[in-house]
Design a protein around this ligand. Sequence first.
Ligand SMILES: [Ca+2]
Length: 444
Amino acid sequence: MSLRSFLLLCLASSSLVPLASAKPNIVFILADDLGYADLSCYGADKIKTPHLDRMATEGMKFTDFYATGCVCSPTRGSLMTGCYPKRIGLHVGVLQQGGGKGMSPAETTIAEVLHERGYATACIGKWHLGDFHEVMPTSQGFDSYFGMIGENHGMSDLYRGTTLIEKNRDVDKNQLTKRYTEAAVNFIRVSKDRPFFLYFAHSAIHVPLFASDEFRGKSAAGLYGDMTEELDSSVGKVLDTLKELNLEQNTLVVFTSDNGQAGVAAPPLHGGKGSTWEAGHRVPCIARLPGRIPAGSVTREMSVMFDWAPTMAACANGSFPNERPIDGRDLWPALEGKPQAAPLHESFVYYSREGLPSAIREGNWKLHLVAPVMKWAGKLPPEALLDKLPPEPLPWLFDLASDIGETRNVAAQHPEVVAKLRADIGQTDATLTREARPLFKHTR
Ligand SMILES: [Ca+2]
């Protein structure tokens, strides 16, 4: 081939077939306390979520995706670092505003990894990984931050960067989803000409519940449903903006939740936030990147929040640093629908909100060594939950393939499975304990 025809061919192919960008944009949307069965594409019949449903039909839905923690801070730290919360000292409870603790600045975050690869990075919404300058989003890899640093109730204030702009009592929480969404859309617009990473962590659905007038009283599932529908509408606005800017084909969008619903879960799961029942940890997860993630696909691969850090790094054609051990694995083979010879994870360990290794899943087996506690059971009397507990003493073994609601204890029939899972949970916890790195603690 002559040089001239080679150049012509290059020119023709570059104009006809745009090369897939080596650095797709990434939008990671995290809901707070949204339950597994609370989106219509996950079986909800009283809550309408057309935008998330569309995202699922255009991308991949996960059936067996786990929030690392059953409460906020552990899961959020895990998402940022690719680690089990215990590895980074975040496995016990949640961080309190003014409590002097935070995720260590010595940890490598996905925002730092992407920033180093040339991404514009923004965190909008709930951070919940510390409220001192040293541990706020702008010290952990984000160019900018706007949001309520902790939970939408109590003491949490609204920040821009590291500046407190509104005290908690002055924030109109009914307008929070709208304000966050405007900020998110604005960030996408101003960043459209370079790779960007938006971590959009809604304060919704966490109790107490708030909704703007447009959504209040509109769903068939009370204020929780109204708030979920408003959240769905926010996702729609983000997707519409990507489409309008012609970025749809070049943006990975992920939607998931940081733990289960703070009430009693809708069937088929049992339990809720703060417990190691499936409904405490198993959450909806949807991922869309047209052309790479097959449209309308479903994965049953057991995967965990900590997988997204290495997966997002790989999406940016990079890799997550491994000088310090991490627990996450690259989800791309599963996301691209490639057949898997072996499961991504042999096991997943459920830590209780007290930080104890309480249950483990391997394949479809789940073993509970500690009885799950339901702290956020809403208004239900404790007796209503007791009848769900197996009458036999611990440990309890469930086959999630046939008993996703964890109601039939089969430990007595499978002593060898119980023994293996018991040994494995001990081994995982021993490794994490031995290798654990410290939290940030303010010394002033
Ligand atoms: Ca939460």
